[in-house]
Design a protein around this ligand. Structure first.
Ligand SMILES: [Zn+2]
Length: 89
């Protein structure tokens, strides 16, 4: 299932963005059965592991990484078409 990611580039206090953050967290924590996942905010850049409430705060404060649109680190299948383009020499 493809998730709607148009909210990623919307304003961080908009209703669309805030409900998008919640959808992302539901998606990620539903797929990965742990307490901590890699934080996709612009400050952590998918390096730090954080709990749900911390990530929610980070995403509102710092914004979602705009380049992270295929959530393969959070249980989404790789977009093979996108991947093939990237791997071509
Ligand atoms: Zn973060």
């Amino acid at each position: 299932m493809r998730m709607d990611k148009s909210w990623i580039t919307k304003h961080r206090i908009s209703q669309d963005y805030i409900s998008g953050v919640k959808d992302f967290l539901d998606f990620a924590f539903g797929n990965i059965k742990t307490d901590m996942i890699k934080c996709p905010c612009q400050r952590c850049c998918l390096v730090k592991y954080k709990i749900r409430t911390e990530i929610e705060g980070d995403l509102i404060c710092y914004g979602f990484l705009p380049t992270y649109t295929n959530w393969y680190l959070h249980g989404e299948e790789l977009d093979f078409q996108e991947q093939r383009v990237r791997l071509e020499p």
